[in-house]
Design a protein around this ligand. Structure first.
Ligand SMILES: C[S@@+](CC[C@H](N)C(=O)[O-])C[C@H]1O[C@@H](n2cnc3c(N)ncnc32)[C@H](O)[C@@H]1O
Length: 254
């Protein structure tokens, strides 16, 4: 390994992430679709009761890195479900990880989940729920029925500590209009009957992780998403966490 690789590894391996730090950095760079999903998954799992053998739906799993992490670290059986990424591509990654039979890749749209009611012990969504889960009817009509009573739903999604100003700050791209505040997310879930919100908070250190990951990508040579890195780095450096971060939310179906 040459010097730049050592520097990247120093930036990547963190005491806070004993599990994620064991994963191959080139593999993560190759498959990443946003701020390191292994970090986000490891932090979400701190607040969830995952036990070996549970059935877990990983909704909006992208390239399935979180699914691989969940199956490997917690011994759960995972349905790796996504809209944009082909299940065959995820299946190849699953086989390469030696997890064939323990992770099931599937193409789905989050408003028509093709599983039985009360099928899953837990549902997770990493950096994805904000694309489809903001409608007031989403939990009621589309998602919660697939979770067992007593099962947890956990998400980490981009969000702002406070309501975004209108108009948006001049340094912020227009497409950041989608960011809701922690208070918004908390209310959004709290109004759902038969569902108890156990945790609703800004992910501790979430903004810093987003920035650090984007800086790592830049140091690596912007492998996957050069455009995102180019726009996000100045945005994050200017914002400094004022409006940008993640919510970490966990709720239980009662
Ligand atoms: C930013 S990517 C994150 C992927 C992955 N969770 C990660 O963090 O690496 C967002 C993912 O949400 C998925 N997604 C967006 N809208 C969706 C929908 N309506 N139904 C299912 N998945 C959706 C996309 O397919 C995409 O893979």
């Amino acid at each position: 390994m040459n010097n730049p690789d050592v520097k990247l590894l120093d930036m990547y391996k963190k005491e806070r992430f004993p599990r994620s730090s064991e994963y191959d950095l080139d593999w993560v760079f190759k498959n990443e679709m946003g701020p390191n999903v292994l970090w986000l998954t490891e932090l979400l799992c701190e607040s969830m009761d995952l036990k070996s053998g549970m059935r877990v739906l990983d909704l909006g799993c992208g390239t399935g890195m979180s699914s691989i992490f969940l199956a490997r670290e917690f011994g759960v059986e995972v349905w790796a479900a996504d809209l944009w990424i082909k299940p065959t591509d995820n299946y190849n990654r699953i086989k390469e990880a030696g997890l064939d039979g323990r992770i099931h890749p599937i193409h789905l749209e989050a408003h028509s989940i093709p599983f039985a009611e009360e099928y899953f012990d837990a549902i997770v969504s990493l950096d994805s729920y904000h694309y489809y889960g903001t409608d007031v009817h989403y939990l009621e009509f589309h998602l919660l029925k697939h979770l067992k009573h007593g099962g947890q739903l956990g998400i980490v999604s981009p969000a702002s500590p406070t309501e975004l100003p209108d108009p948006l700050p001049s340094y912020m791209p227009e497409d950041f209009y989608f960011m809701n505040s922690l208070e918004w997310w908390s209310k959004h879930w709290s109004r759902m009957p038969g569902f108890t919100v156990e945790l609703a908070e800004m992910l501790p250190g979430g903004f810093e992780l987003w920035l650090e990951w984007t800086e790592l990508l830049e140091a690596y040579g912007n492998a996957n998403r050069p455009q995102d890195v180019e726009t996000e780095l100045p945005l994050l450096r200017t914002d400094q966490g004022r409006y940008i971060g993640f919510v970490r939310m966990v709720g239980r179906r009662t």
